[in-house]
Design a protein around this ligand. Structure first.
Ligand code: SF4
Length: 481
């Protein structure tokens, strides 16, 4: 019996060197024992990998497969790989045979390792452990030995942070330039809670859509074994428990239909094309008539038009991009995740929401189906221009002193021209009077932009700018001092 001792649990290079030598010497798979334990097989002569004299080649796909399989926790991985290597000499097409039990087992292990890397990318949560210099740490227990394989992703994603990921298998540390690997850590070394936890929980609660809860899928995507290290996991039982009630509340919050008289007038006007000359005379009429609008094709796939909502003569009007998934179902603007970010920022800025009017550049939800989900699609210029008619109607009726365009699409809808947010935000701009009186424009980010920023620092900076822009608009509209 040949006993090969590898230098670590994931010693792919050692395995490859030893496997080449053993194969060159004609040592059959069942005559080899692979180990990384220092004190096992004391009685047997133990060899460390040493290069073979002659070289031979294997398909690159096998090398990729072997690199992954080595990271699996199964104790049979090294011997399985050597058995496959041995057989490849006699069965050159073995790698293409999914029905072969050895190949099937290796492929399953490869998939499990890929899954473990994916989960690590998704569920590592850094916590602030030092402020001078700012240093973050995360504790994670991967399903397989994937720490080093997963680490380059974090180096790319969090390049400007100094961080360490501790796992029972290995620790990886990034100082802004190099990744360093050291021995595994103990759970007692796991960093404790910091202020970031609350941020994660707020974010998770805000993106949780009770109307679309699929508990089985959620548990499958976020297995319980990872919950311990996820700040947001604490919310899951409560969110699941209250999902039904929250979904019912969303339905109950659906706006009441306009009076029959208004609805009939709106339908007649729309059918007769009277709106080409006439203008709606009330916000109720706008809301009713938008339901039968055919100015562009977006009505076809949406549940309903979502008109603006708020104080009839609000001095401050907010214009978003378009209704999202939840707004489309509820028939109300800004009730989804972005709406919650918006609400929180308004509160922080001190702007009373009940004295504002909130609407969108485009009144129907543009999306594309992906499985059971409806994925947001940005409305194009033609759709924004078509729907501008309704926005102008709302502007004329509300006559706001200040309009805030939330994002580039809203800025396009309000001004009729492309206005990149980066160039125009943070200062008041004068709008020409289009029948709604003089108004000033403030351009700022769309709240969903803040939700999408992956970097915590950038997100916090943008959020502070967003709150500042809302405060400026509130002051211009004389809603705050
Ligand atoms: S998106 Fe606007 S213009 Fe297009 S159908 Fe809906 S209401 Fe009409």
């Amino acid at each position: 019996m040949r006993v090969v001792r590898l230098s670590s649990e994931i010693d792919f290079d050692g395995w490859r060197t030893a496997a080449r030598r053993l194969r060159a010497e004609g040592v059959a798979p069942d005559a080899v024992l692979w180990t990384v334990e220092a004190d096992l097989f004391e009685a047997a002569p133990v060899e460390t990998p040493s290069p073979a004299a002659g070289a031979f080649t294997v398909p690159p796909a096998f090398v990729d497969l072997a690199r992954s399989v080595v990271l699996h926790r199964s104790g049979e991985r090294f011997s399985l790989l050597y058995r496959l290597l041995w057989r490849l000499e006699r069965e050159p097409r073995l790698i293409e045979n999914p029905a072969d039990p050895d190949m099937a087992r290796a492929r399953d292990m490869q998939k499990a390792v890929a899954r473990a890397i994916h989960k690590m990318h998704a569920f590592v949560r850094f916590r602030l452990v030092e402020t001078e210099p700012e240093t973050y740490a995360a504790w994670f227990e991967p399903a397989h030995r994937v720490t080093e394989a997963a680490a380059p992703f974090f180096a790319r994603r969090f390049t400007n942070m100094t961080w360490t990921i501790l796992t029972p298998d290995a620790c990886v540390a990034w100082d802004g330039q190099t990744l360093k690997v050291s021995e595994g850590a103990d759970p007692a070394d796991a960093p404790s809670e910091d202020a970031q936890e609350e941020l994660w929980r707020t974010y998770y609660a805000s993106i949780f859509n009770p109307a679309r809860l699929n508990e089985r899928m959620m548990r499958q995507e976020m297995p319980k074994r990872y919950w311990r290290n996820l700040p947001e996991a604490r919310l899951i039982p409560e969110l699941v428990e209250t999902a039904q009630a929250r979904a019912a509340a969303m339905v109950a919050a659906t706006p009441s239909p306009p009076p029959d008289r208004v609805l009939k007038a709106a339908l007649r006007h729309a059918r007769d094309g009277a709106y080409n000359g006439d203008l709606p005379t009330s916000l109720d009429e706008v809301a009713a008539a938008a339901q039968v609008c055919r100015r562009c094709a977006l009505w076809r796939d949406a549940t309903q038009a979502v008109p603006g909502q708020g104080a009839a003569h609000a001095p401050l009007m907010f214009v978003g991009e378009q209704p999202g998934d939840q707004e489309d179902l509820a028939g109300l603007p800004f009730v989804g995740p972005a709406g919650q970010v918006f609400e929180a920022a308004l509160k922080e800025a001190g702007v009373p929401r009940d004295r504002t009017f909130v609407t969108n550049a485009v009144k129907h939800f543009k999306h594309e189906p992906r499985g059971k989900r409806r994925i947001h699609k940005t409305p194009d210029r033609g759709e924004v221009t078509a729907c501008r008619w309704w926005l102008d109607a709302e502007r004329r009726l509300v006559r706001p002193r200040v309009i805030v365009a939330l994002g580039a699409t809203a800025a396009l809808a309000v001004t009729g021209k492309a206005a990149p947010v980066g160039e125009s935000r943070g200062r008041p701009l004068q709008l020409p009077d289009q029948g709604g009186g003089q108004a000033q424009l403030v351009v700022t980010y769309h709240p969903s932009f803040l939700l999408r920023l992956p970097d915590a620092d950038a997100r916090e900076r943008a959020r502070a700018e967003f709150v500042g822009d809302l405060r400026l608009a509130g002051e211009l509209a004389k809603l705050i001092d």
